[in-house]
Design a protein around this ligand. Structure first.
Ligand code: FAD
Length: 396
């Protein structure tokens, strides 16, 4: 198999990095829950990792987006992290993991062990920069895809290309937080940050903080900041309810969840920007959340209508002084590297049915839309892998 990088940056230091094949049957972009799940199913059904199957991941270590989450986020406080397919074979399960440890550490370790055990040969840090049409060999039945990537960082980074029959995009959303535009946002003198930049409550000691967002991250920030920040104001676009299930329990709001997933499915099919799941299910009615709501800590005000240098202004004219605004306002799918393929619909999204892009049958999306949870990513892994194998069989 020809290789793209005969001289990798590590070679000079005596630790040659494994070469990335120049040709593959399938490239998987991203090694979070979705990418690993797809890779596992493909490897299990006969594709050779590191040869037929090339997994490229931008992150420096195993763990997908989990490795970047804040230290205080625990598995017990996260919704529920589902095991990857086949993980129990290793004697590992998130259900029996130490719930007191940082989720980022546990998930990182378990994913690393999983990759090793199944020999998934993830190449990292390798960022895919674009996916486009490759020149078609005269004898080929289908045009392949050209996947350009950057390997490593800074001066030592190298560039390369893999030519692949099919692509599975599993890049998640962590790198694309949404920050809504509110009049005056550029005039704010304090600190503004989005969820991926949040490290710990200690950074906000004695500060007046506004937390924006109606999801579990926003709730987590409000609870952590209580007693540390000078004041915490929680604002949400829509009224919130605590109706969702406790982590790990059977759903008490199955109807809402099914409706929310159906809405996401419709949006994914039509290529619209995806609505949030929480808006259909409510926030988890944990004892901690309910207690904080009773004490007036978790009581949301409606979203402010203006931002001024020293704080936020509400529709009723009231003003809340603020030193920091934390935007926990959701994410978009990271799909910019697919733009050369012209997959986007007028609504801005990529239309996909059962994880397959409507506009390009060579492209699959795993962990996209309603699949953006660990259980959804697992299901996507199998669904996408089976379709990929079917297409490969038809090609050869
Ligand atoms: P990710 O874990 O984001 O993995 C994507 C990978 O792709 C990353 O490693 C990234 O570096 C890589 N990548 C991105 N772009 C490129 C590129 N261009 N080239 C190469 N690689 C690239 N879900 C649950 O089920 N339970 C929970 O408790 C839970 N808690 C959450 C808490 C927070 C704060 C957030 C934001 C989300 C939470 N989720 C939870 C949802 C969570 O995002 C998913 O569960 C799951 O981890 C997503 O997996 P993924 O593989 O789709 O994406």
């Amino acid at each position: 198999m020809p290789v793209a990088e005969p001289h990798s940056p590590g070679a000079a230091s005596g630790f040659p990095l494994p070469a990335i094949p120049a040709h593959a049957r399938v490239v998987v972009v991203g090694a979070g829950q979705a990418g690993l799940s797809v890779a596992h199913h493909l490897a299990h059904r006969g594709l050779a990792p590191g040869q037929d199957l090339v997994v490229l991941d931008r992150s420096p270590a195993a763990g997908g987006a989990w490795q970047f989450r804040w230290e205080s986020l625990r598995l017990g406080t996260a919704h529920r992290v589902n095991d990857l397919p086949g993980m129990r074979e290793l004697g590992l399960s998130f259900e029996t993991a130490d719930q007191g440890r940082a989720a980022r550490d546990v998930v990182g370790e378990y994913y690393a062990e999983y990759e090793r055990h199944f020999g998934l040969a993830v190449f990292r840090p390798v960022a895919v920069t674009s996916v486009r049409e490759a020149a078609r060999a005269s004898d080929a039945r289908a045009a392949p895809l050209r996947v350009d990537y950057r390997r490593g960082a800074g001066d030592g980074a190298t560039r390369g290309t893999v030519i692949a029959d099919l692509l599975v995009n599993a890049t998640g959303t962590w790198g694309a937080p949404i920050r809504p535009y509110i009049t005056g946002i550029e005039t704010f003198r304090g600190r503004q940050l989005s969820t991926p930049e949040y490290r710990s409550a200690a950074e906000f000691g004695g500060r007046r903080v506004v937390v924006v967002g109606g999801g579990t991250s926003a709730v987590g920030f409000v609870l952590e900041l209580e007693g540390i920040a000078a004041s915490v104001t929680w604002v949400t676009r829509r009224p919130v309810s605590f109706a969702g299930e406790e982590p790990g329990e059977a759903s008490a709001s199955m109807e809402g969840r099914l409706a929310a997933v159906a809405q996401q499915n419709d949006a994914a099919r039509e290529g619209r920007v995806l609505p949030s799941i929480i808006s259909g299910t409510g926030l988890p009615a944990t004892a901690r959340n309910l207690d904080a709501a009773r004490r007036g800590v978790l009581v949301a005000r409606p979203l402010f209508t203006g931002i001024e240098p020293g704080g936020v202004r509400f529709a009723d004219g009231s003003f809340e002084p603020a030193d920091a605004i934390i935007w926990a306002t959701g994410f978009r799918s990271e799909l910019g590297h697919l733009d050369p393929l012209g997959l986007r619909e007028p609504g801005g999204g990529v239309a996909a049915t059962q994880g397959r892009a409507e506009r390009d049958p060579r492209v699959f999306l795993a962990g996209y839309g309603p699949q953006a949870s660990t259980i959804g990513a697992n299901r996507a892994g199998r669904l996408v892998a089976l379709q990929v194998l079917e297409v490969l069989a038809a090609l050869s």
